[in-house]
Write a protein that binds this ligand. Structure first.
Ligand code: SF4
Length: 336
């Protein structure tokens, strides 16, 4: 766990709405998320496809413009809808970087990997002269586990894992403090996923980086994250330290996500409690009333259909949005 509470990024009531083609109503991709990201931590963000986690990551970097709310980076306001603040982002681009899901799509096939890394150095004028530039490119390649002798090769000559290492080197070139890792291993072979995770963990330790690590798979996120946020249909439904959240999830959706993660021991897998989730996630264009999870929740009551539960601190450092957690234990049991 992060041992200190030095807030690097503060998000308040962040929303992002997209126009839906042919529909009057907008898609509520991110719906009033408030969150602090502490300096030096890895905050995992999980949820099914379409829950808004990638949109949230991109809004923080202002790669897409939020519709409402406020974002602060190290005490400086990047965006505030109410106050009409939209900060010039170029000075922050050095501090805030992103590693994309699909490394092949994020690299130009006609640019050598060395040049690709060098471009990031050029944009921010971080090196003087060709020699220093070349030395820096080679050092970055070594840091991420690539052979610097391959700097003159094109992305097509690299495996998926190596291409992602190039993506990591490009992000590191500008010496950032904060990196959004947007599903960085989901397009890679299972056999190399853990190698990339290990590289990201090592780099975080060496450089004191802060990560927002986005993934749909809780088993991936729990190993790298100090804390985990769980999103459902644009909202944060649970937030807490990764050890207690995965050992003792509070929200029924988190429980269902965890029960879908296979255990290494087949016998334990067979015996453990299952929390089946019914159906597919509803459309964010027309989300269900009250708690958006109610059509799939085995514990749903009439109150759940009518009132949206707020995200509240249930135990020190552990937050969840569920009406059932406001009931005494006996009440929860009788409602199931
Ligand atoms: Fe389930 Fe109700 Fe809790 Fe939503 S508020 S997660 S429907 S019990």
């Amino acid at each position: 766990m992060a041992e200190h509470k030095d807030v690097l990024i503060s998000i308040r009531d962040l929303t992002k709405r997209f126009a839906a083609p042919g529909r009057k109503k907008a898609v509520r991709a991110v719906d009033g998320v408030s969150l602090d990201i502490y300096r030096g931590e890895a905050l995992g963000l999980v949820g099914e496809s379409g829950c808004g986690k990638t949109t949230l990551g991109r809004c923080i970097l202002r790669l897409i413009e939020p519709s409402g709310g406020r974002i602060e980076y190290d005490g400086q306001v990047l965006f505030d809808k109410e106050e009409g603040i939209r900060a010039e982002m170029l000075p922050f681009r050095r501090k805030m970087q992103i590693i994309f899901q699909n490394p092949a799509a994020s690299l130009d096939p006609r640019t050598t990997v060395g040049e690709s890394i060098g471009e990031a150095l050029d944009i921010h004028r971080l090196v003087k002269g060709r020699e220093e530039r070349q030395q820096r490119i080679e050092a970055l390649m070594t840091e991420v586990g690539l052979d610097p002798a391959d700097a003159g090769r094109y992305p097509g000559a690299f495996s998926g894992g190596q291409q992602q290492r190039v993506g990591i080197a490009r992000a590191l070139a500008v010496e950032p403090e904060f990196i959004v890792c947007d599903e960085p291993i989901s397009s890679l072979d299972v056999s190399i996923q853990s190698q990339i995770i290990n590289t990201l963990e090592d780099l975080k330790q060496q450089k004191g980086l802060t990560y927002l690590f986005i993934a749909h798979d809780l088993s991936v996120v729990r190993h790298i994250s100090d804390r985990i946020g769980v999103m459902y249909l644009g909202r944060l439904v649970e937030l807490g330290d990764s050890v207690s959240l995965t050992a003792r999830p509070l929200h029924p959706y988190t429980r269902a996500l965890l029960s879908a993660v296979p255990l290494p021991d087949p016998e334990k897998n067979r015996l453990r409690e299952r929390n089946p989730m019914q159906g597919e996630p509803p459309s964010p264009v027309d989300p269900p009333s009250g708690c958006a999870f109610h059509p799939r929740c085995p514990m749903a009551t009439e109150k759940c259909r009518q009132e949206t539960p707020p995200l509240m601190e249930r135990e020190p450092g552990r937050f969840a949005a569920c009406h059932m957690l406001s009931l005494p234990k006996e009440g929860r049991d009788s409602a199931t």
